[in-house]
Design a protein around this ligand. Sequence first.
Ligand code: NDP
Ligand code: GDR
Length: 342
Amino acid sequence: MTKRALITGITGQDGSYLAELLLRKGYEVHGLIRRASTFNTARIDHLYVDAHDPTAKLFLHYGDLSDGARLVTLLAKINPDEVYNLAAQSHVRVSFDEPEHTADTTGVGTVRLLEAVRMSGIKTRFYQASTSEMFGATPPPQGEDTPFYPRSPYGAAKVYSYWITKNYREAYGMFAVNGILFNHESPRRGETFVTRKITRAVAAIKAGKQNDLYMGNLDAVRDWGYAAEYVEGMWRMLQVDEPEDFVLATGVGFTVKDFLDESFTHAGLHWEDHVKFDERYLRPTEVDALIGDPSKANAKLGWKTTVEAPELARIMVDADIKALEHSGSHWVDSIDLASWNH
Ligand code: NDP
Ligand code: GDR
C-alpha cells in the first residue's frame, strides 16, 4: 500500500527536502500551498509532474493555516497516513514586527490543524515543527527536558504549539510528536536568515556586485546543521512505536562571527573588510546561545548529523557562487530586496 503524507509548508526549505525524501521512499505526497500573486513553488518545481500524468506522486492544494474549515475538508479528502506541520511565519526578527500574525500562524495554526485531524475523523501520525527557540534564555546544552524560556513572539507561539501537540497526544491518544529542531540550513535556506544572508553576500562580493554587508549581533551562538539531514530525523520520529518528542541538533555551537569567518575565508575574502553594523538587525530580546543535546535521537532513532557549521558554510558559499554565475541581473535585484529588510 502506498503511504500518503500531507506537508504544510512544502514550499519552504524543510518542506522541499522532506517532499524529496518521501517521494524517494515511495510516498504519495500532498502539499498545502498559499495562493500568491507570484509563483512561490521554486523550491519544489523540480519535483512536480503534471497531475494528469499517471506517474504523478506530488499533489499541491491551496490552503492556509488561518483557514480551519479548509483544513478539515482537505484532510478528509486526502486521508493521509502522516501529517507534517512545517508551515509557520518562521522568522524570529519579523515576529517582533508582526506578533499577532505570528501567533495566528505559528501558534493557533497548529491547533487548527490538530482539530482538523480530530474533526475529519482520520487516523494519522502528526509531526509538529518545534524549535530550539523555545529554550530561549535557558543556557545550553538544551535537551528534551530543558525548561522553555522563549524570547520572541515566534518562540512563544511555538511553545503554545508544542504544548497543544502534546495535549492532543494525551487527551485523544493521537500519535502526535514534537521534533525540537536546532537551526538547520542549506542552499535552499530563506535569504534573510543569517547563514544564507552571509553566503549570498559572499558570492555577490566575490563577483564585484556588492561591497558591504550590514548585520546585527555577531556574538550569538547557534548549533547549525544541514537541513537535508534533519528531514530524515522528522520522518524517523513518525516511524517508531510510541509517540515521543525528540531534539535534533549537531551538539556543537559556533558564533555568527565564526560563520562569517569560514564563509568569507572560503572565498578568499576577509569579513572584517565588508561587514558593517546596523541596529535594525538586532532583536528587542536576543537568544544568546543554543547548543542542542541530540543523544536521545542518536540512541532511539539512530539519527546523527555528519555536517557541522564550517562545512555547511562552504557548501552554501559554493552553491551561491554557482547560482550567481548562472543567473543574470534578476539575482542582483533580489539581493537588493533581501538586504532591505531583516
Ligand atoms: P520556511 O520559512 O522556509 O518555510 C515556511 C513555510 O510555511 C513556507 O512554505 C510558507 O509558505 C509556509 N507558510 C507560512 N505561513 C503560512 C500559512 N499561514 N499557511 C500555510 N503555509 C504557511 O521555514 P523552514 O522550512 O526553515 O522551517 C520549517 C518549519 O520548521 C517552520 O515551522 C519553522 O518555524 C520550523 N523550524 C525551522 C528551523 C530551521 O532552522 N529551519 C529550526 C526549528 C524549527 P510560503 O512559501 O508561501 O511563504
Ligand atoms: P534564528 O535564525 O533567529 O536562530 O531562527 P537567524 O538566522 O535569523 O538568526 C541567527 C542569529 O544571527 C543573528 N544575526 C542576524 N540574523 C539575521 N537574520 N540577520 C542579520 O543580519 C543578523 N545579524 C546577526 C541573530 O540575532 C540570531 O542570533 C532560525 C529560524 O529558522 C527559526 O524558524 C528556527 O526556529 C530557529 O532558527 C531554530
